[in-house]
Ligand binder design. Structure first.
Ligand code: GAR
Length: 205
């Protein structure tokens, strides 16, 4: 079956290593898609440098310039639409998206979360898991819905917690898996193999 190339845009707030992991696979042709735009909510986001290196469009939309979250997201949607975005990848985007934004891209926003959801949602997930003392943690990709990290799960990877781990060594082990499952999830989306049925994501083929 032949699929048209989907346009992928990204939301990020910081370092941007997950954005880089996906964008590299688009650029080397192993994900059959086109890059749209990177949108950041922080001017100092390192992800901006990566986009520049890739010759990819990017923009900083300053939340402080808007009266409320809705107005900020309206501008985001305008820019994402202008770039004909079909999939939004939240790659370390540290703001909760409002129902307005989610409605615009229902089942077309993929988020990466550094824990095995539904355990440890929200911020500092690696630290939450580390301090709780779990023996296994990991990462999750999911479609974004109106809750905090509650949307239908696409992929998960399990990572052991070792007795001599520090928060840094554990976070690095999780991040390696993030860089594997996020591009893979995006690839499944771009090849039309993800179907959402209620809370479940069925992977076809
Ligand atoms: C990643 O670990 C990602 O899973 C996490 O932020 C980090 C961003 O790193 N996201 C969340 O915690 C979202 N709730 P990156 O900027 O290098 O991709």
């Amino acid at each position: 079956m032949v699929f048209g190339k989907k346009v992928i845009s990204f939301l990020a707030s910081g370092r941007g290593s997950n954005f880089k992991a996906v964008a590299e696979r688009v650029l080397d042709g192993s994900i059959k898609a086109r890059l749209g735009i990177l949108v950041v909510d922080r001017q100092d986001a390192k992800a901006l440098d990566t986009a520049k290196q890739f010759g990819m469009e990017s923009c900083f939309i300053d939340p402080k310039k808007y009266p409320d979250r809705r107005a900020h997201e309206e501008e985001m949607v305008r820019i994402l639409r202008k770039h004909r975005t079909e999939l939004v990848v939240a790659a370390g985007y540290m703001r909760i998206l409002t129902p307005f934004f989610i409605k615009e891209f229902r089942n077309r926003i993929i988020n990466i979360h550094p824990a095995l959801l539904p355990s440890f949602p929200g911020v500092h997930a690696q630290q939450q898991a580390f301090e709780y003392g779990v023996k296994l943690t990991g990462c999750t990709t999911h479609f974004v819905d109106e809750g905090t990290d509650t949307g239908p799960i696409i992929m998960q990877a399990v990572v052991p917690v070792k007795d001599d781990d520090t928060l840094d060594t554990l976070s690095a082990r999780i991040l390696r898996e993030e860089h594997r499952i996020l591009p893979e999830s995006v690839n499944l989306f771009c090849t039309g193999r993800l179907k959402v049925r209620g809370r479940k994501v069925i992977v076809l083929g």
